[in-house]
Design a protein around this ligand. Structure first.
Ligand code: GRG
Length: 296
C-alpha cells in the first residue's frame, strides 16, 4: 500500500473534522480559542487520530464513526505539547516548526489553551454520545479509557515520573515505566478507542491493544533516537535537548545500536499482534514499519 497517500488522505479527514468540531474564534474570550486553533493547526502528523481510524478499519468499522474520538485524542495530545513546552516544564521555543504557544501568545494564555483543548476533548466525545443513538455505552467506555490514558494513571503520571527522573540515572525498567505512561498510554488508547468504535470483539480489541502498547513504546524509542540523529528542519523542534536536560532516554541507558535493535524487535512484536487480522490491518502494519524510518 502507499502509506504516504493513506496518511495524507486521513490527515485531511482529521483536519476537516477538527475544524468543524473546534469552537469558533469569537466572543469576549476569543484569545483562548485563537491559541487553541493556533496550536492545533500549526502542524502535526495526526498520528493518534490516524491510528484510531486505522484500528476501526482493521475490525471492519466505519472510520467516520471513530472521528469524534480520534479528534478528541489529537486535542489531548496538543494540550500536552502546549503544557510540556511551558517554562515550568521543558521551556521550548519551537514546536511543530513554529513558535510554541506561550511564545506566540503568553504563558497564561498557553495554560488556558491547553486546559481548553483538554476539556473540549471530553465535551466532543460526550456530544457524540448524544448524537449516535445506541452507541452511548460504547462512547462512555471510550471516554473512560481516554480519561485514564490522559490522566494521572497515564500521561500526566508519566510526565511527573519523567520530571522526577531528570538529572539522575534510571534503570531500563524505570525508563519503560515512564514511557509506557507518558507517551505510550495515549497512543495505546488511540488504537483501543478505534477498535471499540469499529465494533471489534473482545479478542480483536485485546490484540489491537497489544499492538498499541508495542507501537507506543517504539514511538518513544524512535523519538529518543531522533533527538540525537534528527534534523531540526524536518522535526520542527529543537534537537539534542534530551542530553542537555539530562533526560532519561533509551540511548543514554542502552547505547545507540542496542536502542535501534530494541526498536526493531518491538516492531516485530507489534506486527505479531496483528497476525490474526487480514488485509484490513495493512495500514496498521505499515504504520508500525514507518516508525523505524520516520524523520519527524
Ligand atoms: C504536560 C501532562 C503533560 C504531558 C506531556 C507527551 C508529553 C507529555 C510530552 C511531550 C514531550 C515529548 C516530546 C515526548 C516524546 C514523544 C512525543 C509525544 C512526541 C510528539 O508527538 P508527535 O511526534 O507530535 O506525534 P506531532 O507534532 O506530530 O503531533
Amino acid at each position: 500500500m502507499d502509506l504516504k497517500a493513506y496518511l495524507e488522505e486521513r490527515r485531511g479527514w482529521v483536519n476537516r473534522a477538527l475544524k468543524a468540531y473546534l469552537p469558533q474564534v469569537r466572543g469576549p474570550a476569543f484569545r483562548v480559542t485563537q491559541a487553541m486553533h493556533y496550536s492545533l493547526f500549526v502542524g502535526g502528523k495526526r498520528l493518534r487520530p490516524i491510528l484510531c481510524l486505522a484500528a476501526s478499519e482493521a475490525v471492519g468499522g466505519d472510520p467516520g464513526e471513530a472521528l469524534p474520538a480520534a479528534c478528541a485524542l489529537e486535542m489531548i495530545h496538543t494540550y500536552s505539547l502546549i503544557h510540556d513546552d511551558l517554562p515550568a516544564m521543558d521551556d521550548d521555543d519551537l514546536r511543530r516548526g513554529q513558535p510554541t504557544c506561550h511564545k506566540k501568545f503568553d504563558e497564561a494564555t498557553a495554560i488556558l489553551a491547553g486546559d481548553g483543548l483538554l476539556t473540549e476533548a471530553f465535551h466532543l466525545i460526550a456530544s457524540a454520545a448524544s448524537r449516535y443513538e445506541g452507541r452511548e455505552r460504547l462512547l462512555l467506555e471510550v471516554m473512560q479509557l481516554v480519561a485514564a490514558a490522559a490522566g494521572y494513571q497515564g500521561m500526566v503520571g508519566g510526565q511527573m515520573l519523567d520530571l522526577l527522573a531528570e538529572g539522575r540515572q534510571v534503570t531500563l525498567k524505570e525508563l519503560e515505566t515512564i514511557h509506557r505512561h507518558k507517551t505510550g498510554a495515549l497512543l495505546t488508547a488511540a488504537v483501543r478507542a478505534g477498535a471499540l468504535m469499529g465494533g471489534g470483539n473482545r479478542a480483536e480489541v485485546t490484540c489491537l491493544t497489544g499492538y498499541g502498547e508495542k507501537f507506543g513504546l517504539t514511538f518513544q524509542i524512535t523519538d529518543d533516537l531522533l533527538d540525537i540523529e534528527g534534523e531540526v528542519a524536518e522535526m520542527g523542534k529543537a534537537a539534542g535537548m534530551d542530553e542537555k536536560r539530562r533526560k532519561a532516554t533509551y540511548p543514554a541507558v542502552l547505547g545507540l545500536e542496542a536502542t535501534r535493535e530494541w526498536a526493531r524487535r518491538l516492531v516485530e512484536e507489534a506486527l505479531a499482534s496483528l497476525e490474526s487480522f487480514q488485509a484490513r490491518a495493512e495500514p496498521l502494519r505499515e504504520l508500525a514499519r514507518y516508525l523505524l524510518v520516520r524523520r519527524a
